[in-house]
Design a protein around this ligand. Structure first.
Ligand SMILES: Cc1ncc(COP(=O)(O)O)c(C=O)c1O
Length: 366
């Protein structure tokens, strides 16, 4: 992101400043405990547990969201090769995680209203694809809420593990038996730099994931099951505490920005908001669906006016070179979203005046 090139950049992440983090860093100095589930990491887990009304044993912290996804998919696949049924309309990290877990993505189209996988559609798919499917990976589109109960049910009915990628969903997730992974990347609503959060109501499953973050060690230094180094360091946990201290304010400012956008754009003909964009949850991007066939022109036009915009999630993972050999169903909705979804500048502190400029630019373009 070239911040200087645009008057209104796409993002301006703001993490806790040094002053807010220093008390926690001082704790690290006193503890002389730097990683491996130190006191700050343990306390951060408890704070997230309280936030989602689960026990600390239902929470696993990871070095980043992609690692969290990878580990959860590895646990699901149990070392076997096979397919991971997932949307193509997602960030490349979801598909990379499937590949890193030894699986091959099988891309399924998303629902035209929710922009996410439809549980009933996936149920039918699973029946058609047979035993080779090792996991299903629904993705929350830009943090929008998912029907976790429906996914839990699919897992129970079909026996195929479901892992939920809710990278931007810190403000919308609902704990369920399927592990849900949230990214704590700097660009996400609750950013700590790099980090990931897994919430899983099934304590046994959460415990397996916890061991997975530590080389498969289970209390003694012997690799007894699959593992990685997926741990969150004490330094990242320090930023995490400072970020949680400020969360209510960060969240409110984030939502205020969505409200301003919703008001400014509601009467623009031909514009459709991404699912949940006009609602009341904190998000990391603000996406709209443009009228047919003019995305690249819109980007060029708005960039020339000093407004940075981006096509989020590209044209779908199935069009990314790394995944072009993966199988898929028909993907008409994904193709449409790939041609028309535009991410607008979105960050706390974006002013009504700046949003007015974005609106005018969009209006002149359309
Ligand atoms: C849908 C989705 N999944 C996974 C990730 C990966 O998260 P992280 O950057 O924490 O590895 C992202 C990151 O933006 C994402 O958007």
């Amino acid at each position: 992101m070239d911040v200087d090139k645009f008057d209104i950049p796409l993002m301006r992440p703001r993490l806790p400043n040094a002053e807010a983090v220093v008390p926690y860093l001082s704790e690290i100095d006193i503890n002389q405990w730097y990683s491996n589930y130190g006191p700050l990491e343990q306390r951060l887990r408890s704070r997230f547990a309280n936030m989602f009304s689960v026990g600390p044993e239902n929470v696993v912290l990871t070095a980043n969201g992609t690692l969290g996804l990878t580990m959860a998919l590895r646990e699901a696949a149990k070392g076997l090769r096979g397919l991971c049924v997932m949307p193509s309309f997602t960030f490349a990290a979801s598909a990379h995680a499937a590949v890193a877990a030894g699986l091959t993505p099988h891309f399924v189209d998303v629902d035209p209203v929710s922009w996410g996988l439809d549980p009933d559609n996936v149920r039918q798919y699973l029946a058609g694809l047979g035993e080779n499917v090792r996991a299903v990976l629904p993705v929350s589109p830009f943090g929008a809420p998912l029907n976790v109960a429906a996914w839990d049910k699919i897992e129970l009915e079909t026996g195929v593990p479901v892992i939920i990628d809710a990278a931007a969903g810190i403000d919308t997730i609902t704990p369920g038996r399927c592990p849900t992974i949230v990214s704590l990347h700097a660009t996400k609503p609750l950013g700590i730099g790099e980090g990931g959060l897994i919430i899983c109501e099934d304590v046994d499953r959460a415990r397996e994931l916890f061991f997975h973050t530590n080389f498969g060690f289970r209390g003694r230094r012997s690799a007894e099951s699959m593992g990685f180094n997926g741990k969150l360091s004490e330094y990242s946990a320090a930023v995490g505490h400072a970020a949680l201290d400020q969360w209510e304010r960060t969240r409110r400012q984030n939502i205020d920005c969505s409200v301003l956008y919703a008001e400014a754009l509601q009467e623009l003909d031909g514009i459709v908001f991404a699912p949940g964009s006009d609602a009341t949850f904190a998000k990391s991007t603000f996406n709209i669906l443009l009228p047919e066939g003019n995305l690249d022109d819109a980007i060029t036009f708005m960039n020339a006016q000093g407004i940075e915009v981006r096509q989020w999630w590209s044209k779908g993972c199935h069009r990314e070179p790394a995944f072009e050999n993966c199988s898929s169903g028909e993907l008409p909705v994904t193709e449409k979203l790939g041609r028309r979804v535009l991410g607008l500048p979105f960050f706390s502190g974006l002013t009504a005046q700046e949003i007015g400029r974005v609106r005018s630019s969009l209006e002149s373009f359309i």
